[in-house]
Design a protein around this ligand. Structure first.
Ligand code: C2O
Ligand code: CU
Ligand code: CU
Length: 434
């Protein structure tokens, strides 16, 4: 609506109900009545003005624009809460080169995990003005969330196991539905944007009867397509791919087991869940244009002038009131009044994320996209197979990930583990960009 180049919308967070099981209404939280919230599609060069109406009874909230290059004071930080019943406008520009698969979710202090698992999250796709991917492939967002239902259809609160491991639901949903169907013609290709919007579930995915080619990461297209047999998406990661359906019949997107480290009993095994079923017709599709061999150049971030080391640990101690857990970065739990890192806008920094804990921790920085340089485990160093813009990267237990990052704008930015229960329990810090 409005003048060209101006994207305006209103997002109202409120209580709603959803029907996951016949005859049972589940109380959820929703943006504009739906979970996931409305898919936002805007273009590079647009100015975005989104009015957020917080109608969650008795709870503050924010909207955080995960992965997007928005000014710090528009990024829905926990220090900028919107009170229950209040409205605020988030306004920002989408610069050239920012096309990518982003998302939005709440980020209020201490309540992010719960507001997200109750249903608040949505996709935000920024499209390029000149897109090298053929329009004939379409463009489909698949947002994965997961859900746990009690016998009465309600969503139970987090248990001790959830707090330790992050909340893993019993049902994986795609765009809010269980195992939705997609119809394709034989020989057709489809551009898919896969989002892991779960609090804590690792999704190791394979496509039976379809071929996957990765074309993009969190922050937009790769330099060139890469054929993939499987994809690992840790919480908050996204991947853009082209799926080719060359055989008629049924193609299914399914899960493989991935051991991300688990504390206590009840490690969920995810092998063999069907997330999406594609009916591929016998009738052939109209001929599809080929995928270009080059997608776009990615300039590598230059030599870092500063280096930082962030050590992730878990602690567990018994005290008078029971078990106390800590999820720490450099020995400290998050403190909203403390600046952990002071950085300069425009500087390229090397961040070394050292996971000394017993679980994988997906690491995320606000406000920018970074480049993974290498991973080290058991003394072996490996370079990533391709250059990519990322805002979230999994750091496996016992692993060190080195990345180059640069913040372009001054302001306060968060960095944290994107297992949202870990973020809530302290695995988060503040970088003050000057
Ligand atoms: Cu999805 Cu602090 O972020
Ligand atoms: Cu974020
Ligand atoms: Cu974590």
């Amino acid at each position: 609506a409005g003048r060209p180049g101006l994207f305006q919308a209103r997002l109202t967070a409120e209580a709603a109900t959803a029907r996951f099981v016949e005859g049972q209404d589940t109380p959820i939280l929703a943006y504009n009545g739906t979970s996931p919230g409305p898919l936002i599609v805007a273009y590079e060069g647009d100015r975005v003005e989104i009015t957020f109406a917080n109608r969650i009874a008795g709870e503050q909230s924010t909207i955080h624009w995960h992965g997007m290059p928005v000014p710090a004071d528009q990024d829905g930080n926990p220090m900028d809460p919107v009170a229950a019943g209040a409205d605020r406008v988030y306004a920002f520009e989408l610069p050239e080169g920012s096309a990518g698969s982003y998302w939005y979710h709440p980020h209020p202090h201490g309540r992010t995990a719960e507001q997200v698992y109750r249903g608040l999250a949505g996709g935000f796709v920024v499209k390029a003005k000149a897109d090298p991917i053929p329009a004939a492939y379409g463009d489909t967002v698949l947002m994965f969330t997961d859900l746990r239902l009690a016998a009465d259809g309600s969503m139970p609160d987090n248990t001790m196991t959830d707090l330790m491991n992050g909340r893993v639901g019993d049902h994986v949903l795609v765009n809010g539905q269980k195992n939705p169907k997609l119809a394709m013609a034989r020989g057709a290709k489809r551009r898919l944007r896969l989002y892991n919007a779960t609090n804590a579930r690792f999704l190791r995915l394979a496509f039976a009867n379809a071929a996957m080619t990765v074309i993009g990461s969190d922050g937009g297209l790769l330099e060139a397509p890469v054929v993939a047999e499987e994809i690992l998406l840790s919480p908050a990661e996204r991947v853009e791919l082209v799926a080719a359906f060359d055989r008629s019949g049924t193609a299914t997107l399914t899960t493989l087991d991935y051991d991300r480290g688990w504390m206590g009993p009840g490690r969920p095994t995810d092998a063999g869940l069907t997330l999406l079923t594609v009916d591929v017709s016998d009738a052939p599709a109209e001929a599809m244009p080929p995928l270009p061999e080059r997608l776009r150049p990615i300039a590598p971030l230059g030599a870092p002038t500063v280096s930082r080391r962030l050590v992730f640990t878990e602690t567990m101690a018994m005290n008078a009131t029971g078990m106390e857990m800590g999820f720490l970065i450099n020995g400290k739990a998050f403190d909203m009044g403390r600046v952990d890192i002071v950085a300069r806008a425009g500087d390229t920094e090397l961040w070394e994320i050292v996971n000394q804990a017993d679980m994988d921790h997906p690491f995320h920085i606000h406000g920018t996209q970074f480049q993974v340089v290498e991973r080290e485990r058991d003394g072996k160093v490996a370079k990533p197979p391709y250059l990519a813009w990322k805002d979230t990267v999994n750091v496996a237990r016992g692993e060190t990930v080195r990345l180059r990052t640069r913040q372009e704008r001054p302001g306060t930015r968060m960095y944290h583990c994107h297992i949202l229960e870990h973020e809530q329990l302290g695995m988060m810090g503040i970088v003050d960009v000057q």
